[in-house]
Ligand binder design. Structure first.
Ligand SMILES: Nc1ncnc2c1ncn2[C@@H]1O[C@H](COP(=O)(O)OP(=O)(O)OP(=O)(O)O)[C@@H](O)[C@H]1O
Ligand SMILES: [Mg+2]
Length: 291
């Protein structure tokens, strides 16, 4: 287990690598849930914006063939000449040197994006025969990691090799859980997969916590799910104090390619993502599922 001292040493090493201007946190977050439509991309985009507001330098990585995060950053997935697909493909092709992580698109000076599009759809089959197929993203991130305080990986809604790549590359995981009974089914399976990755491939992976999303707090149903989730996981996984509530304007933000913090800075949704960023930054730096 990493203790605070180890963490600080690592910070100092990272800062040294990046020119020693300031201490770099260099955490890699996988935002995951195999269920579709549970707030992964919304969390990735807006948590990224909230961390930037706190002065952090953030790289967002779109790992979903839907290209939702890419669009949410104002980049047209269909107009890309290259994407994260090309990076993975270069590691599969033994005839060429792997290409560095690219393209890295500057959304703002402190917010960068590695985009994706539907080309990723074929990748899982191609990866089956690749050497060290679970570690490709980790290798691709290694040279750029120290340049960022946070790298946030938006996972696709499945448990594919791409998700395993995200979990192997990550230092931390956030599970987004929609505050809805049907959406909560299956979370134990996800936790088991994360635990298997921790045991076999990435012992330093920490489950930061479960983020309850899209809660309609006017309903008894949402309150029951929140209570149950807290009870079910109270002994082993943190449930973030922050809960993102249903907020209809969030649906508009991907259309205009902006975060809710850009669009409506004082909204309760913006405050929630700021609170989440603060909560994450205040967590102790432990590994393997919390202190
Ligand atoms: N708090 C919220 N209030 C209202 N709408 C929301 C909220 N969070 C997300 N949404 C909307 O719900 C839909 C699904 O959200 P999102 O794309 O973030 O989920 P996802 O888990 O990434 O989905 P997928 O699994 O398909 O990638 C989107 O239309 C998004 O705009
Ligand atoms: Mg998504």
């Amino acid at each position: 287990m990493l203790d605070l001292k180890t963490f600080r040493n690592k910070d100092i090493q990272n800062a040294f690598k990046s020119g020693g201007k300031e201490l770099s946190v260099s955490k890699v977050y996988a935002i995951a849930n195999q269920k579709g439509g549970v707030g992964k991309t919304t969390t990735t985009r807006n948590l990224g914006a909230a961390l930037v507001e706190r002065g952090r330098t953030v790289l967002l990585i779109d790992l979903d063939q839907q290209g939702s995060l890419t669009a949410y950053c104002g980049v047209d997935p269909e107009a890309l000449n290259s994407s994260i697909y090309n990076v993975f493909a270069s590691y599969i092709d033994f005839n060429h040197e792997p290409v560095p992580l690219s393209p890295i698109i500057s959304i703002t000076s402190k917010l960068h994006l590695v985009p994706a599009n539907e080309e990723l759809a074929a990748l899982d089959l191609e990866l089956i025969h690749a050497y060290s197929r679970e570690e490709i993203l980790k290798k691709a991130l290694a040279p750029v990691k120290a340049q960022y305080d946070y790298i946030l990986i938006d996972c696709p809604p499945n448990l594919s090799l791409l998700v395993v790549n995200a979990l192997v590359a990550a230092t931390n995981v956030i599970v987004t859980l929609q505050t809805d009974y049907l959406a909560t089914r299956g979370v134990n399976r996800l936790i088991k997969i994360i635990n298997a990755v921790q045991t076999r491939l990435n012992p330093e992976l920490t489950i930061d916590g479960i983020l309850l999303t899209m809660a309609d707090l006017r309903t008894r149903h949402a309150k029951t799910i929140i209570e149950r989730t807290r009870t079910n996981f109270e002994n082993n996984i943190l449930i973030f104090d922050t809960i993102t509530k249903l907020y209809a304007p969030l649906k508009d933000t991907p259309i205009i390619g902006q975060s809710i913090l850009d669009l409506d800075s004082t909204s309760q949704a913006s405050q929630s993502f700021r609170a989440l960023a603060k909560e994450i930054e205040s967590l102790p730096s432990t590994v393997n599922g919390g202190s």
